[in-house]
Design a protein around this ligand. Structure first.
Ligand code: 9PG
Length: 496
């Protein structure tokens, strides 16, 4: 276990942490502050790595894959794993009197890890993350513009609702590339090939009319999960990840109850995963959003105990890629970040956006910033700006509508700023019929592809995230910032 002692006062240092999976928190915080850990143990599985949780202690910060410590002059230290195919790399920075102690622990086979002192942390983070991306043959195709059914229809989505939006998008010549059906079409969690009763059709009937309208059909799956009432679980209880007692291990709580995960060290599970993505590809879906992927990487008892968590995850994802083929666009979500490089084309790099700014009671009282809110999505996705070297980042949807939303103009502007600065995928879930002329204008602006921006400093932050970019500054605080920038806003930098 490599360990370094830095002769720097902890009070002088900020820490940049990356988080484990899409929804985990990434932050830029004073080292002496406290890294929050969710109060509710069942949130540990769903938003974090339960085998390496946030510390919950002031002055102790944990990070996966990459860690940076920043001095007030912008110099500091950066550590980064240079391979993540079979190994999780765990970093911890710890304030110790007038020193900082950093440790790096590997879970899996040994890999090369970089540790550098630098005069320019921003440049070093970018260089090392690019090395990791290159080592793992990162896929970074052109960003796509996606309409997704989730953030307005949620699980009540119907086939007609998707088609109505697609027709209207075509009439209004909205520049979407993909129309993607999200959660809600399937009979049960795991029973992807049978339709749910309320969906009003079958998912395999959507690609033809969408293609006729000129859109690429997209489909959501949570391929590593199985619900307790699903046929998948009933037919194959032995395929599930198990607990120490030998029974299937519940791995989270959503869809009204607990659910289970597939054991991807079983050859028959890998066959089933290959068959699944091959089947939906055959239905006419060359774009797949693969969600809740963390399920395959959870601690548990596996069929082949010689395969570690990181490797088990990777071989499950590889099976999905093999079934889908090289020419299918795969978006990872709820996924261990670095372990997915080279297999996914794009990755959600933050928690879900929601039509509200903040869920303060959950975030502050329960210590859980992985839940859906505009603030949580912006905070984390901005703090992962360097990950465009790993895949196309997806900071989640713009919400341009004013109806059915609690967001104000400044907050909508912050979401627009996020998309511009991150420079990855563009997405919207707005029911297009709800948008008036200003709403449509905002939606069109949010679909304009941009090149990723870079931070100007990591030695300052307005709200615990990376907030100062060359094109503009985010104020994520609930109070005005210096120069009178309003709370929860984005301001484009003027030429002064
Ligand atoms: C569909 C949704 C959408 C969305 C995904 C994901 O931790 N959680 O409890 C949790 C639940 C759902 C969730 C994220 C986190 O949303 O990010 O875009 O596809 O699933 O169910």
């Amino acid at each position: 276990m490599p360990e370094w002692t830095l002769n720097v006062s902890p009070a002088q240092v900020r820490v940049l942490v990356s988080g484990y999976q899409s929804w985990s928190e990434a932050e830029l915080r004073p080292l002496t502050e406290r890294q929050a850990v969710p109060l509710m143990p069942w949130r540990h599985q769903q938003g974090h790595d339960p085998a390496f949780l946030p510390s919950g202690e002031a002055g102790v910060w944990r990070s996966h894959t990459l860690l940076a410590l920043i001095r007030p002059d912008g110099g500091g230290w950066v550590g980064c794993a240079l391979d993540a195919t079979r190994t999780f790399t765990h970093w911890e920075a710890c304030a110790r009197g007038e020193q900082v102690r950093v440790t790096c622990t590997l879970e899996g086979p040994p890999v090369e890890v970089a540790w550098e002192e630098t005069a320019d942390v921003i440049a070093t983070v970018e260089r090392l993350s690019a090395r990791l991306g290159a080592n793992m043959h990162a896929r970074t195709p052109a960003p796509l513009r996606v309409w997704c059914s989730w953030y307005s229809y949620y699980r009540d989505v119907t086939l007609d609702a998707v088609l109505d939006n697609a027709r209207l998008a075509r009439e209004l010549t909205l520049p979407f590339d993909v129309f993607q059906l999200d959660d809600g079409f399937q009979a049960d969690l795991g029973d992807w090939l049978e339709p749910g009763a309320h969906f009003g059709g079958h998912a395999r009937d959507l690609p033809a009319p969408l293609s006729d309208l000129g859109f690429t059909p997209g489909l959501w799956l949570a391929p590593f999960l199985a619900g307790p009432t699903s046929r998948l679980f009933r037919d194959h209880p032995d395929w599930m990840l198990r607990g120490e007692g030998g029974s299937p291990l519940p791995v989270g709580h959503n869809w009204g109850g607990p659910y289970f995960a597939l054991d991807t060290t079983r050859p028959e599970v890998l066959d089933w995963l290959r068959e699944l993505t091959a089947t939906v590809r055959g239905w006419g879906y060359p774009y797949l959003k693969l969600d809740f992927l963390y399920g395959a990487a959870l601690p548990g008892v596996r069929h082949n105990p010689g395969v570690g968590r990181a490797q088990a995850y990777r071989q499950g994802l590889q099976a999905l890629r093999d079934g889908a083929g090289e020419d299918t666009f795969l978006l990872g979500c709820g996924a261990p970040l670095a372990s997915s490089i080279g297999l996914v084309d794009a990755m959600r790099t933050g928690p879900d956006v929601a039509p509200l700014w903040d869920d303060e009671s959950r975030r502050l009282w329960l210590g859980d910033a992985t839940g859906p809110s505009a603030r949580n999505a912006v905070h984390t996705a901005l703090s992962r700006w360097y990950q465009h070297a790993w895949y196309q980042p997806d900071p989640d949807v713009m919400i341009a509508r004013r109806e059915r939303s609690l967001l104000g103009d400044e907050e909508r502007g912050t979401l627009l700023g996020l998309l511009d600065v991150v420079g990855g995928l563009r997405a919207s879930s707005d029911p297009i019929a709800l948008l008036d002329a200003p709403g449509l204008d905002l939606l069109r602006r949010s679909l304009e592809i941009s090149a990723p921006d870079r931070p100007v400093t990591l030695a300052e932050s307005l709200g615990g995230a990376v907030t100062h970019f060359t094109r503009g500054t985010f104020n994520l605080l609930n109070e005005p910032a210096g120069g009178g920038q309003p709370p929860r806003s984005y301001r484009v930098r003027t030429g002064e």
